[in-house]
Design a protein around this ligand. Structure first.
Ligand SMILES: Cc1ncc(COP(=O)(O)O)c(C=O)c1O
Length: 389
């Protein structure tokens, strides 16, 4: 008997992971493949974080912790929410999970029933719709455009809400487009949401330190106090502190939801890794100034990638304001390649792994991750230009 569950049959494997795995396979066969498919900073994890992990091992912090994380890390995460996002988060309303992904997974699984609808601006981060489908709920895409900065409007939101709507998933700065919502647009969305008290709001702020224009990061829990008691804000150290392998995510929201997430976590992973938790304390409480240098490096790479892509006939991209991704439009090339998956394969044959826009609920394009060093990006852009011209 090999049949899997009906819940599993509703979901597809992650296309970003699939492309990254394929690139690794081809490399193992000796082919020269540059992977711009993965959303992971190329910088080394900061030494003070690594030292904290080693110290935790030496101190024997190798046992179970509280399911929702150590009191120490919850305090450090509360500091992060307050200092970096402006959210006054009591420790009792903070939880720690094995990556931001797990926090999102548990929040959705803990609240969705069949028949519920979840609004997701498209293009979206690959895991959002799959988690919603796994939970048995219905994905309601809200389509955005490059011309509109890949952001939804208050009018689109109002039109999409029905009595079945349970969640809206916001991600700013966003993966895969870099879309970043200014405060006034969040307030407009908040006014709509204030009229619909059943709707919960996920604010995935995991890329908050990676914003390229001036001004503070805006987040809906702060901009819209009237709905703050039904906002779950998700953050972490994976992207900001180059700690993807540590698997630590943090979330703050209403107490009932935090408790529900921890209830589920108590039966899934249990506590997040004790060593990683100690490392995350160091990340949140240690020096933060290097993040500005990293951001400047990412901004310079973004500018280079945008200029190079826009110089290739048939390809264009707007300037993303955050995160480390460009959503490239390749519509003029579709006559030649058929669809964006075929284009992605063609680029792979020319030595560059990227992910087709259709993997993110978009179309006729692809996502480039510019979280790679400058020389690698230059070579990848040269290969892309050669492959399509
Ligand atoms: C938008 C978004 N949210 C959440 C995550 C999860 O990050 P992690 O589970 O590595 O902390 C990612 C990672 O790719 C992401 O892009």
């Amino acid at each position: 008997m090999t049949d899997t569950s009906t819940a599993l049959a509703r979901i597809a494997p992650s296309q970003t992971t699939a492309m990254t795995d394929r690139a690794m396979e081809l490399r193992a066969q000796g082919l020269d493949i540059i992977s711009l498919s993965v959303g992971e900073p190329d910088f080394a994890t900061p030494p003070h974080v690594v030292a904290a992990a080693k110290a935790a091992l030496d101190a024997g912090d190798t046992k179970y912790t509280a399911v929702g994380g150590t009191a120490r890390l919850k305090q450090a995460a509360a500091l992060h929410f307050e200092r970096d996002l402006g959210i006054a988060a009591p420790v009792s309303q903070v939880t720690i999970s094995a990556g931001g992904k797990q926090a999102i997974f548990h929040a959705l699984l803990a609240t969705l029933d069949p028949g519920d609808e979840v609004l997701i601006p498209a293009p979206w981060w690959v895991s959002y719709p799959e988690i919603v489908r796994f939970a048995g709920a219905t994905v309601v895409p809200i389509q955005t455009t490059a011309a509109g900065g890949f952001r939804i409007t208050a009018e689109q939101l109002e039109a999409a809400i029905t009595p079945q709507t349970r969640w809206i998933l916001l991600n700013s700065p966003g993966n895969p487009t870099g879309a970043t919502y200014p405060a006034e647009e969040l307030r407009a969305l908040g006014e709509v949401l204030a009229r619909h008290p059943r709707v919960l709001v996920m604010s995935d702020d995991i890329y908050a330190p990676l914003r390229y224009s001036s001004g503070d990061h805006a987040t809906i829990a702060v901009e819209c106090p009237a709905i703050a008691d039904r906002v779950l804000t998700v953050s972490g150290v994976s992207k900001s502190h180059a700690m993807t392998g540590f698997r630590i995510g943090v979330a703050t929201g209403p107490q009932w939801l935090i408790r529900a997430m921890e209830k589920l976590q108590s039966h899934s992973s249990g506590n997040p890794c004790s060593i990683s938790q100690a490392a995350a304390v160091a990340a949140f409480e240690g020096p933060q100034d290097f993040l500005l240098d990293w951001r400047d490096r990412f901004r310079a790479r973004r500018d280079r990638v945008v200029a190079a892509v826009n110089a290739i006939p048939g390809l264009s991209t707007p300037v993303p304001d955050g995160a480390f991704y460009c959503m490239v439009d390749a519509a003029p090339l579709m006559g030649r390649f058929g669809d964006d998956s075929a284009l992605a394969l063609h680029l792979l044959e020319h030595g560059v792994a990227i992910v087709a826009a259709s993997g993110f609920g978009g179309k006729d394009g692809f996502r480039i991750s510019f979280a790679a060093d400058e020389a690698t990006l230059e070579e990848a852009l040269r290969r892309i230009a050669k492959a399509v011209t």
